[in-house]
Design a protein around this ligand. Structure first.
Ligand SMILES: Nc1nc2c(ncn2[C@@H]2O[C@H](COP(=O)(O)OP(=O)(O)OP(=O)(O)O)[C@@H](O)[C@H]2O)c(=O)[nH]1
Ligand SMILES: [Mg+2]
Length: 380
């Protein structure tokens, strides 16, 4: 279902880079003065691709033919070859499921008369709760549906229809490597944990990942990301000292990603309150530092679902200043107020891209309206 474009890499090179995650602790350069790095030849010897090859219709123009098993390494790259675009391959990533992480809205038998109140309590918003209830009543009447199971199924379908968008997938398919993801949000929302989970999932799919610890204010924050980098086998760029310029760390992260021919760089930022102007300005500086070398593929805003209506005001403030491209909704396992996800997506017109359903490395998934809605109406 989800197809992404990454660098075609030999299995030998993959395993080498996985075995030696690199810790970079040099003093960061001043981002504004840093020279553009010279990009080494991206041409790699061809060996059989480890990753699944693409369906012909997806990214057909970028798909590489299956290399001959006995194919020899090409001659060392010439100067001219260094301008050649990296070879790309379309891949799927290991599937993650929401599992049982979503709490059902209905512990008792389904009663249409209670539906509006239940949806309001779950933070869908008053107007939406009324709309969905009326819609369900009218469809149920037309179809003569009245049993508990029938009503749950109808509600699930209504929710899926309302939650579905065509931009929910991560922007990892334009082939402009390295992809850069900035992760932003208030304190404790789950930014670093999400990055760790994401890094591990990408590494499981044989992606070369560089993490950037641009949350430089607290040593503990850097250490937390370092632990996730170690667990996932991703490389890490960290500041030389506490309080170093986050924009410089961001710059170096992208620089290393380019030099190491990585597929993706993910940059952790300090938790900030949406009303702290300095911190918000700093985000702008981080953006500019990254954009000196690469395009930003995603700005993911991490929102803690347990914050309820507070989440809405946070998200609005960030969306205004941080050029957010998608939302990560964490801690859905800890709340019966999953409706905030629907309200956010609708109000901000931004897609929910990922969801967190626990603290463990596998406790996250792409947002799937179908799975989410199933969880909400499940009989538990
Ligand atoms: N239950 C649950 N806990 C989560 C989830 N995601 C993160 N957490 C927990 O939330 C807490 C904060 O997570 P962090 O990743 O440190 O949050 P952060 O946004 O990086 O925080 P700051 O760096 O302080 O801004 C940790 O205890 C995480 O284990 C989730 O999906 N479910
Ligand atoms: Mg953090």
């Amino acid at each position: 279902m989800f197809k992404f474009l990454k660098r075609l890499r030999s299995s030998k090179q993959e395993s080498t880079s996985q075995a030696e995650p690199e810790l970079v602790a040099e003093p960061p350069v001043v981002a504004e003065q840093a020279a553009s790095p010279v990009i080494e030849s991206p041409v790699k010897p061809l060996e059989p691709a480890k990753v699944p090859l693409p369906e012909p219709e997806v990214h057909a123009e970028a798909a590489e033919p299956e290399p001959e098993p006995e194919a020899k390494a090409p001659e060392p790259a010439s100067a001219a070859a260094s301008e050649v675009e990296p070879e790309l391959v379309a891949v799927e990533l290991p599937k993650r499921s929401l599992g049982t992480g979503i709490r059902s809205l209905f512990s008792e038998n389904f009663d249409v008369d209670d539906l509006e109140d239940i949806l309001i309590l779950a933070d869908f918003g008053v107007e939406t709760a009324e709309e969905i209830t009326n819609q369900l009543k009218s469809v149920a009447q037309k179809q003569g549906a009245s049993s508990d199971a029938e009503l749950r199924l109808l509600l699930k379908d209504l929710l899926v229809e309302r939650l579905s968008r065509n931009d929910s997938s991560l922007n990892l398919d334009d082939g402009k490597l390295p992809y850069v993801i900035l992760v932003v949000g208030v304190n404790g929302a789950g930014k670093t944990t999400t990055i760790g989970k994401l890094a591990r999932w990408l590494k499981d799919g044989d992606w070369e990942v560089v993490l950037g610890a641009a949350d430089t204010f607290r040593a503990a924050a850097v250490e937390q990301l370092a632990t996730w980098a170690e667990r996932s086998g991703a490389r890490l760029v960290k500041p030389a000292k506490e309080g170093a310029d986050p924009a410089a760390v961001a710059y170096q992260t992208v620089e290393l990603a380019i030099q190491a021919e990585a597929d993706i760089a993910i940059i952790d930022t300090a938790g900030r309150l949406q009303n702290k102007k300095d911190l918000m300005d700093e985000l702008g500086k981080i953006r500019r530092a990254v954009e000196k070398q690469a395009k930003i593929s995603e700005v993911l805003l991490v929102i803690d679902a347990t914050n309820g209506q507070n989440a809405m005001s946070q998200a609005k403030a960030f969306a205004e200043v941080a050029e957010v491209t998608g939302i990560v909704m964490t801690k859905l396992d800890g709340t019966a107020k999953g409706g905030i996800l629907y309200a956010l997506q609708k109000e901000l017109d931004l897609p929910i891209k990922l969801v967190g359903v626990g603290e463990q490395v596998n406790d996250f998934a792409f947002f799937s309206p179908e799975e989410f809605a199933k969880g909400l109406v499940a009989r538990k």
